[in-house]
Ligand binder design. Structure first.
Ligand code: FAD
Length: 327
């Protein structure tokens, strides 16, 4: 059974940063990714533009050259893919980590293909895999999706967009511009304050002029084949509908982390337990990296401010290894 100094679960930007740092510092490592390189970014909307400028998305100081200051999804795919290939990083793709256990000081990492052993494990699995469900009848209908990809699909269709965050606003505007009849259903009294400042006026103007319909302080209570039911401040309303984009955010796979022994704050934030000096969790040798560190506060960490986790973790692993040698 192959044994490593460190196994990195997740081949997103931060998992890749951890692999690159481990390689640079001479640790034996492998990155295990259940999809393609930077799978989450691959699943982002095809026209998505990052709110960060490209230098803020760089890892290990490797220049990220993009056409505009804020790169597009495809440019980010290219950038992270080239880091993997040009550094010949050790990454297993389309292999899912199913279970991580610890026995006599060594981690057993069981995947969909095999089992590995390692002294340390870094979990950098992000939060994009599990959507926050709205828990209403009809949410499982094929016309409903929690992931937005391409506006063309919704052209000339009656589209309901649930949510008021960046993803929902981007989807509503793009689809309206491609000829969808868009209706937004927003739980709050207004469009989110965290919506990109250069986009927020656009959506507010489209709503005020009536191009995009919007129900505030409202909730979808049922989704049917050809219509949806909305609970508005003026009472229940049924409108015709072809498709629903429920862009209500995502959450980490808490069960996966709990099964490893990681503990969490017992409030709605469900913050995982880790030492910010080393990113080590309450399980010795088990580290967290990237956006997963925010628990339900998925807006707290992003590439810009979590890429530093890589050098912190590798330094901590090396320091501990040298201390163990001295004993
Ligand atoms: C629409 C959108 C726009 C954004 N814009 C920005 C921005 O402008 N600037 C910024 O800094 N951040 C931005 N972010 C946030 C940023 O993209 C993510 O936070 C980033 O992807 C985090 O990197 P990560 O490596 O921590 O997690 P991810 O990129 O989510 O990577 C986790 C990886 O782990 C893999 N994985 C999960 N479970 C397993 C398993 N069991 N076994 C194997 N592999 C597994 C996944 O397939 C995935 O590839 C944006 C996010 C979204 C959704």
């Amino acid at each position: 059974m192959p044994e490593f100094d460190v196994i990195i679960v997740g081949g997103g930007p931060i998992g890749i940063a951890c692999g690159l740092e481990a390689q640079k510092k001479g640790l034996s490592y492998v990155i295990i990714e259940k999809g393609p390189i930077v799978n989450s970014l691959f699943n982002y909307p095809i026209n998505m533009q990052f709110f960060s400028s490209s230098e803020k998305l760089e890892i290990d100081g490797i220049p990220f050259i993009s056409k505009e200051a804020k790169p597009k999804r495809n440019e980010a795919l290219e950038y992270y893919r080239r880091i993997v290939t040009s550094n010949d990083l050790r990454i297993q793709l389309f292999e899912t980590v199913e279970k991580v256990t610890k026995y006599e000081g060594l981690f057993q990492v069981m995947t969909s293909k095999t089992t590995y052993q390692s002294q340390n494990v870094v979990v950098a699995t992000g939060f994009y895999d599990l959507p926050n469900l709205i828990q209403v009848p009809g949410e499982d209908l094929p016309k409903v999706s929690h992931y937005y990809k391409d506006p063309h699909f919704y052209a000339s269709q009656k589209l309901a967009v649930i949510g008021a965050s960046n993803s929902a606003v981007d989807a509503a505007l793009e689809c309206w511009r491609k000829g969808s009849e868009v209706t937004m259903i927003v739980r709050e009294p207004e469009i989110g304050q965290r919506v990109k400042y250069w986009v927020r006026p656009d959506i507010i103007n489209r709503i005020n002029e009536g191009s995009i319909a919007a129900y505030f302080n409202s909730n979808v209570t049922e989704i049917k084949d050809t219509e949806i039911v909305i609970d508005t401040p003026d009472g229940a309303l049924t409108i015709e509908n072809d498709f629903v984009l429920a862009l209500t955010g995502y959450m980490p796979n808490f069960e996966f982390l709990e099964n490893m022994g990681i503990t969490f704050s017992d409030d709605e934030k469900r913050l995982p337990t880790y030492d910010p000096e080393t990113m080590e969790t309450n399980v010795e040798g088990l580290y967290l990296a990237g956006v997963i560190c925010g628990g339900m506060e998925t807006h707290k960490w992003f590439i810009e401010n979590s890429r530093v986790h890589a050098p912190i973790i590798v330094e901590a692993i090396k320091k501990k290894a040298s201390e163990n040698v001295k004993i």
